[in-house]
Design a protein around this ligand. Structure first.
Ligand code: ADP
Ligand code: MN
Length: 340
């Protein structure tokens, strides 16, 4: 069960609205959500397990109520958590999110947990960014941003990033740049939503390079190339899955995470080698279950506020354009970094 007093503001969000929370251990993300997002998570595991493998683990929902309605706090949980959790907040301070005022929060696996210094990129998918229920004014607004960014040309734009600089503020040139900042407490460089809007199809590879290559923290070309290869492998797998699925997702994101601490990265690659050697030796021996090795790089799909299953409508070309473009830019970067 969740301890209400342990909930804190989630510190690793790369983009999106305020109001995302985490538990004290940092293994969970508790996020205001729409009914559509709950429905999508609840059906994914059974109806599309191959896609669910690329989604954060769904733990259930949580009703966070205002102080005067505390008695009405309830919670329901998904398959992964067997016990119910309930919660009444005495101080709804950071929770005044639009969605939460009326509804419920979703409890998910924190994809960045298990990394020592997670470097995170949120890639917002789609040239069209709204579902059928969206009003004309909002459609026009979202279409305008899309037209002015790589959303229209590539089917994605970078919604935000955070990279660990190694602790020290090593951002030499940022005069007048309101798209980047340094988070002194954590040592992270933050790239806000305006950062990704500045790029065009021709130079967006520069942003990906900035994400995977962080010299001040000691992230080398070799590490960057290795992480890019892992991203490409998973993205190609995801592309294949989407070519077979009939769904529509507007404004969903690819969430990329890799280990930004070179020492932790080295330890994780070493552990991975040893782990696979162990697996090979113990093929038929199920008694000694090895613990999963620390993470190196992961690709997940998030943000299903405007997602639904649409049997009979064929694959989601709006989303696929963004996935294919992301792979192409990553391959461009891989070639530049000097890998096969
Ligand atoms: P919205 O864009 O509607 O505010 P998102 O689902 O996109 O909501 O979440 C906002 C941000 O929070 C994302 O950019 C991501 O950095 C972070 N985030 C969301 N879900 C997770 C998760 N399960 N694990 C780790 N980070 C997450
Ligand atoms: Mn989002």
């Amino acid at each position: 069960a969740l301890d209400p007093s342990s909930l804190v503001t989630f510190g690793s969000a790369a983009a999106g609205h305020d109001g995302v929370l985490s538990d004290s251990s940092g293994t969970l993300v508790i996020k205001p959500c729409t009914p559509a997002e709950i429905a999508f998570y609840e059906s994914a595991n059974t109806s599309h397990p191959d896609l669910a493998a690329y989604m954060p683990l769904y733990m259930g929902t949580l009703q966070l109520s205002a102080p005067d309605a505390a008695a009405a706090s309830t919670a329901s949980t998904g398959d992964e958590v067997g016990t119910a959790a309930s919660l009444a907040l005495s101080d709804p301070g950071p929770l005044k999110g639009k969605k939460l005022d009326t509804g419920v929060s979703i409890v998910l696996e924190n994809v960045a947990a298990g990394f020592r210094k997670p470097n995170i990129m949120d890639i917002k998918l789609g040239a069209r960014l709204y579902d059928d229920s969206t009003k004309p004014e909002k459609r026009a607004r979202l279409d305008k941003v899309a037209a002015e960014t790589t959303s229209s040309s590539l089917g994605f734009r970078i919604a935000g990033m955070r990279t660990w600089l190694g602790g020290e503020d090593s951002m030499a040139e940022r005069d007048g740049d309101d798209t980047i900042s340094f988070e002194a407490g954590s040592g992270y460089k933050l790239f806000n939503k305006l950062y990704g809007r500045k790029f065009a199809a021709e130079n967006v590879v520069d942003a990906f390079r900035e994400y995977v290559l962080v010299p001040s923290a000691g992230v080398s070309k070799v590490q960057a190339a290795n992480c890019v290869q892992r991203f490409i492998r998973d993205l190609k797998d995801l592309q294949q899955i989407f070519e077979k699925i009939e769904s529509r997702m507007y404004s969903a994101s690819i969430l990329l995470v890799y280990e930004g601490d070179p020492d932790a990265y080295a330890a994780a690659t070493k552990a991975e080698t040893e782990y696979s050697a162990q697996e090979e030796m113990q093929e038929d021996d199920e008694e000694e279950e090895e613990e999963a090795p620390p993470k190196i790089a992961v690709v997940k799909l998030i943000d299903f506020a405007h997602a639904s299953w649409t049997p009979g409508q064929g694959p989601d070309e709006n989303l696929l354009q963004g996935v294919r473009s992301t792979i192409r830019i990553m391959e461009e970067l891989a070639a530049e970094l000097g890998t096969s």
